[in-house]
Ligand binder design. Structure first.
Ligand code: ZN
Length: 95
């Protein structure tokens, strides 16, 4: 039985089966980096919502190309934003 291979919603590369978000290896790495970075930024800024954080990343000229692509897709897709928020809170719980 042939199963449809999921593709990255940003670049259309094949998505790893283990990935819970529709992103390829390259973009999933950027996604994970974002989630990690949010913790640091939140500490530095005091109060920073995930959306504000993503907008700051987008405005930052030092942010990487792939990271910015991931931010744009998170901001434009409600479902992905929900997944991202879920990842952030599960990280919080781990401390
Ligand atoms: Zn990709």
């Amino acid at each position: 039985m042939e199963r449809k291979q999921p593709k990255c919603i940003i670049c259309s590369r094949i998505v790893e089966e283990s990935s819970k978000v529709p992103l390829c290896n390259i973009h999933i790495r950027a996604y994970n980096k974002l989630a990690l970075k949010y913790g640091d930024w939140k500490n530095a800024y005091g109060d920073l919502s995930p959306r504000e954080f993503l907008e700051k990343i987008l405005e930052n000229e030092y942010s990487g190309k792939w990271v910015k692509e991931v931010v744009r897709i998170i901001l434009s897709q409600k479902e992905l934003m929900q997944t991202f928020l879920g990842d952030l809170s599960s990280r919080d719980m781990k401390g």
